[in-house]
Design a protein around this ligand. Structure first.
Ligand SMILES: Nc1ncnc2c1ncn2[C@@H]1O[C@H](COP(=O)(O)OP(=O)(O)O)[C@@H](O)[C@H]1O
Ligand SMILES: [Mg+2]
Length: 247
């Protein structure tokens, strides 16, 4: 079943066209990887999906259907609650671990202390951080290691119970061990969430994603099951990229 459908999606910064006629269906509760050379439009595509593009003066023409309705028929607030985003560089709020995780729930109206405690515990658990930080919940999140900060940011994105999680190169600043932690976490999360991950790490796409989309110069060159993209792509350009010939 698909949760998001892109129908002739075009995206622009000013008069510059960044994405050209993208058509794709994103499958629910699967991991979809977006790959392609730097500057091809991967981040632009993610930002279009939860209407962050508007904040950097980007524009979208064409359809983005989420859960059966055009994304512009939802409020920005609603769409960003249902489609969360996590960026490359972990950016915890400069406050305690506990407050990082209760910030959004409080904003959206949860006041009950027990309920908040439960959210904190649950999200730390799914992000694999609970054992590491359970005695330091009042410590500043900025004191965590880079890998822990990124897991906290993913946990924080989950505190408002989004249905879709967008991740823009979440591991590019992390070492192998922290990357493995995040990958394990994403595989666990994919049972309950739809995950779209931009990655320049082809091995990562291969390891964790169900579907892979290859973008080149703003065009969707090929989109298929990850297995197919990596083993027998239809397009010569996909094969060349996978083999590391360019990008
Ligand atoms: N805020 C912006 N204003 C104008 N152009 C931008 C902006 N952000 C990105 N671009 C341009 O859009 C193109 C695609 O960028 P991006 O989506 O960030 O690529 P990727 O994530 O694949 O590296 C690039 O040519 C980039 O220079
Ligand atoms: Mg990018």
């Amino acid at each position: 079943m698909n949760i998001i459908e892109l129908a002739s999606l075009n995206a622009y910064y000013g008069s510059k066209k960044i994405l050209n006629n993208i058509n794709m269906k994103i499958m629910k509760n699967k991991i979809t990887a977006i790959i392609g050379p730097s500057g091809c439009g991967k981040s632009t595509l993610l930002a279009a999906l939860n209407r962050m593009l508007e904040e950097s003066d980007g524009k979208v023409h064409g359809g983005i259907i989420f859960d059966g309705k055009d994304i512009f028929s939802y409020s920005k607030e609603d769409i960003r609650k249902r489609i969360g985003i996590v960026f490359q560089k972990p950016a915890p709020f400069p406050m305690s671990i506990y407050k990082n995780l209760t910030y959004a729930p409080i904003y959206y109206g949860t006041r009950d202390r027990k309920k908040l405690d439960e959210i904190v515990k649950n999200k730390l658990q799914v992000s694999g951080l609970l054992e590491e930080v359970k005695n330091d919940l009042n410590m500043s999140a900025l004191k965590l290691s880079g890998g822990q900060q990124q897991r906290l940011c993913i946990a924080r994105a989950l505190t408002v119970e989004p249905e879709v999680l967008l991740l823009d190169e979440p591991c590019s600043a992390l070492d192998v061990k922290n990357t493995a932690n995040i990958e394990e976490m994403l595989l666990r999360l994919s049972e309950n969430y739809t995950i779209i991950i931009v990655t320049h790490n082809l091995q990562q796409a291969k390891r964790i994603s169900d579907y892979t989309a290859f973008i080149l110069d703003g065009e969707l060159i090929e989109y298929d099951e990850t297995e197919k993209i990596f083993n027998s792509p239809d397009d010569k350009r996909t094969r060349e990229y996978i083999e590391g010939i360019y990008g």
